[in-house]
Design a binder for this molecule. Structure first.
Ligand code: MN
Length: 293
């Protein structure tokens, strides 16, 4: 099942080339009182909601896929987890290029560990990416996004895949520089998920998926998740050896070689085979200028 959020806060199921509005199913979510849980309520309830989604599809209003605006398929991820240097060829290009490495000793994901991106950085492809710091390099990083479906802590890799709700296309936009990743990659709009989440049952082997990104029609990154250093199960094992993973947490699994700069006005198109693809615009102006008085 391909599940999306669209046109603001609508909930949808993608059926071939149409989005079926199933927003009414959200009424089945448990009423919550303050303080809210730290996980995503919808993803946590998804196993129970799936029959309701099927039912709601029968009568739901249909829109052509091309006529809706897709928000992030996960509304409230408790954590957005990044995986640095998780493709050998990207580690190699980083080592060879100080415009990427900025003096860091590029070793391995085992050595560096993971990092967290701020929730406030998350957008869907219905919004522009607003670049900051015109005098510095801002790069695209296309990645497979893994959405966690159930709580797990210190899970073994052989048990890890049972905790995956689904997959999405992710952009881990990056300001290059000397600061820690958690800071540089957490600028508003620098985490993109879309256009929808494909549930895990539809992807036979997520460690065998082509992924790519074009900028203004030019291919920039093109690889396959078979080249991941830590595959998805190992990433879940590694992440959960430090954090409890919760429903709606997103793991951006790392970017292949070919990272490069983007500029205001660029049009990006990013995709993962069997998952989907989206176009997203880089806003025409940097976000640094103060609003006119
Ligand atoms: Mn990345």
């Amino acid at each position: 099942m391909r599940i999306c959020r669209f046109n603001g806060d609508r909930l949808g199921v993608v059926d071939k080339d149409e989005v079926v509005d199933v927003t009414a199913v959200l009424d089945a979510l448990p009423a919550q009182r303050y303080p809210l849980p730290q996980h995503d309520l919808f993803i946590a309830a998804l196993p129970r909601l799936r029959p309701l989604l099927q039912q709601a599809m029968q009568a739901g209003v249909r829109h052509p896929v091309g006529a809706v605006r897709f928000a992030s398929p996960v509304a409230n991820p408790g954590k957005i987890i990044g995986a640095p240097i998780n493709y050998e060829a990207h580690a190699a290009e980083s080592k060879a290029n100080q415009a990427i490495a900025h003096g860091r000793n590029v070793t391995s994901i085992a050595d560096w560990g993971l990092f967290l991106k701020a929730g406030s950085s998350l957008v869907g492809c219905d919004q522009d990416i607003v670049l900051r710091f015109p005098d510095r390099r801002n790069d695209h990083e296309v990645e497979l996004g893994v959405v966690i479906g159930s709580t797990c802590h210190r899970v073994r890799r052989e048990d890890a895949m049972a905790h995956v709700a689904g997959y999405t296309v992710a952009l881990d936009m990056t300001l290059r520089g000397t600061e820690f990743q958690c800071f540089r990659k957490s600028i508003d709009s620098y985490s993109v998920l879309g256009p929808w989440m494909v549930t895990a049952d539809e992807i036979a082997d997520p460690n065998q998926l082509d992924l790519w990104i074009t900028v203004n029609g030019e291919m920039r990154q093109q690889s396959n998740t078979r080249h991941l250093v830590y595959d998805i199960a190992r990433l879940i094992e590694f992440a959960s050896s430090f954090y409890t993973l919760e429903p709606g947490d997103v793991i951006m699994t790392g970017t292949p070689e070919g990272v490069g700069p983007v500029r205001p006005g660029d049009l990006l198109e990013a995709g993962v085979a069997q998952v989907g693809s989206f176009k997203i615009r880089i806003a025409p102006h940097y976000g640094d200028a103060l609003p006119a008085a």
